[in-house]
Write a protein that binds this ligand. Structure first.
Ligand code: NAI
Length: 477
């Protein structure tokens, strides 16, 4: 391995997922000499930007889900429209190839954008040496160099967690990354964890025809979601054929004769389940191992999250951490993007703090689930006096016209001031509808404001208007 001489930057960003990439672009826009280092490679060994979010997370997952929905619709829904198609077949490798092409194109555009902004894109593995220096080893391990910078932003994201006694071999017992690249359809599939990742993967493989069983340790389904919505989601998903077993803790799994034998425990005792594949989707952990040399003294907590203050500063002067690496807010791409932009501007002497309270969350299932603000159960537990309005999708004209009537919009307001405290949506394209809710909350809107805002007809967004309208005085609840 050869060693190259030192280069100096204003800002070095380690990791080019959504957070690191957004930060790099903003740094360059603000006039900083910027380098962005990333070591993600695809199966062919080519460098790809975008991190786990693009290559092995939400984007990959929603791209495949789109294909799976089309396939399912052709097989199950189109006869209602008077359309009959015969000999519909599934070419799974081609479907995966399309997903990979979508990802490669987005990654290519990101690389061009770095060039366009004059950012040095370094394809290498980086390690923090101290508050000003980063050691960089090229992805072919041939060149090692040391880069210095006035500011360093750590943005290396997260990766799937493992379970004791459930050895991932990525053949029969697979992680959530491998689960987006299957070349053959498993007849019977189990997923450990009915969290966001588990449900998104289940929505894909169930629609493509795999008998899908979700094993979830918690007794409550989607406990972070508003209970009325999660209850409705449970009903809809089970109706779609998902076998969701709650209070079912997986304790071990092993491969025998190309099948997976799973042991799980619930209130009734220990059960054994045999499936073709098992996906482990039981949470994610920050990518902080080997991120810093021991002598750098970068402070981590006991779970490996990088310690940061409210301005994303680590314990080292001029070293910042953003995105999934920190415990600041949930592991969401758009949270990381906001932090990336915030830190770039903070370094430039601008200060616009992030409002973590109005972060939207989305689960890309069918229908989608999206929310912003607080849930009814949390507000009631805190003793807040609230009013609740809702509107079912089956009464929305656009939903009826498209035949996608599952779901609802729910708005929670302060009983005293009518200020909106939370909006919860389950619907087709809830991920798009939630933007209006975020904007309303960002501007401290009341339900009265929403009910007086004119919405185009016929649209799904009318359901937000109508949920707000149901809170008007004089409307029967
Ligand atoms: P999660 O924490 O949401 O769900 C994991 C589930 O696994 C939990 O419900 C847990 O009870 C269960 N579990 C753990 N051990 C188990 C066992 N032994 N047996 C049975 N169940 C067990 O984690 P997930 O789904 O992996 O997501 C990780 C993070 O990534 C989340 O913060 C999520 O918000 C984020 N993410 C967000 C996406 C989005 O915005 N659409 C997409 C993908 C991930």
């Amino acid at each position: 391995m050869s060693t190259k001489s030192t280069s100096h930057y204003d800002v070095i960003i380690v990791g080019a997922g959504p957070a690191g990439f957004a930060s790099a672009i903003r740094c360059a826009q603000l006039g900083f000499k910027t380098a962005c280092i990333d070591n993600w490679r695809n199966k062919e060994g080519q460098s790809q930007l975008g991190g786990a979010h693009l290559n092995a997370g939400s984007v990959a997952s929603m791209t495949l889900l789109q294909s799976a929905k089309l396939y399912h619709q052709l097989n199950h829904d189109i006869a209602k429209h008077g359309i009959y198609a015969e000999a519909i077949s599934l070419n799974l490798p081609q479907m995966i190839q399309r997903k990979n092409k979508v990802i490669a194109d987005i990654s290519h555009n990101m690389a061009q954008s770095l060039v366009h902004h004059g950012i040095d894109h370094i394809q290498a593995k980086a390690r923090l040496l101290n508050a000003r220096q980063v050691e960089v080893i090229s992805t072919d391990k041939q060149v090692k160099s040391i880069l210095t910078a006035k500011h360093i932003i750590l943005s290396t994201g997260s990766s799937p967690m493992k379970l004791d006694n459930v050895p991932v071999d990525n053949e029969t017992i697979i992680d959530s990354i491998c689960a987006l690249n299957l070349q053959t359809l498993p007849k019977k599939l189990a997923i450990v964890g009915a969290g966001v990742v588990g449900l998104e993967l289940a929505s894909i493989w169930n629609r493509l025809g795999a008998k899908t069983i979700l094993l979830e340790a918690q007794e409550d389904f989607l406990s972070v979601v508003d209970q009325q919505i999660s209850g409705e989601a449970y009903r809809i998903f089970t109706q779609q054929g998902l076998d969701i077993r709650l209070g079912a803790r997986v304790i071990s799994a092993k491969t025998l004769n190309k099948k997976v034998c799973i042991d799980y425990q619930d209130q009734e005792g220990t059960h054994n389940l045999r499936v073709d594949k098992l996906i482990v989707a039981c949470g994610r952990k920050p990518n902080s191992m080997m991120l810093a040399a021991p002598e750098a003294d970068l402070l981590l907590d006991e779970n490996g999250y990088v310690y940061v203050d409210k301005n994303c500063r680590t314990n080292l002067p001029s070293v910042y951490a953003i995105g999934d690496l920190t415990l600041h807010g949930p592991m969401l791409a758009h949270k990381g993007i906001e932090e990336g932009v915030f830190v770039a501007e903070f370094i430039a002497g601008q200060y616009t703090p992030i409002n973590y309270e109005n972060l939207p969350s989305v689960i890309y299932t069918g229908p989608e689930i999206a929310w912003v603000g607080q849930t009814e159960q949390d507000l009631r537990a805190a003793g807040v006096a609230i009013k609740v309005g809702s509107f079912p999708l089956h009464a929305n004209i656009r939903a009826q016209a498209t035949g996608k009537t599952d779901g609802m919009v729910k708005i929670i307001t302060s009983a005293a001031s009518d200020k909106i405290l939370g909006i919860h949506i389950m619907s087709t394209l809830a991920s798009e509808l939630i933007a209006e809710a975020v904007l309303a909350m960002e501007f401290s809107a009341s339900s009265e404001d929403l009910s007086r805002t004119i919405h185009a007809r016929p649209t799904l967004s009318e359901a937000i208007h109508d949920a707000a309208f149901s809170l008007k005085q004089g409307v029967m609840q």
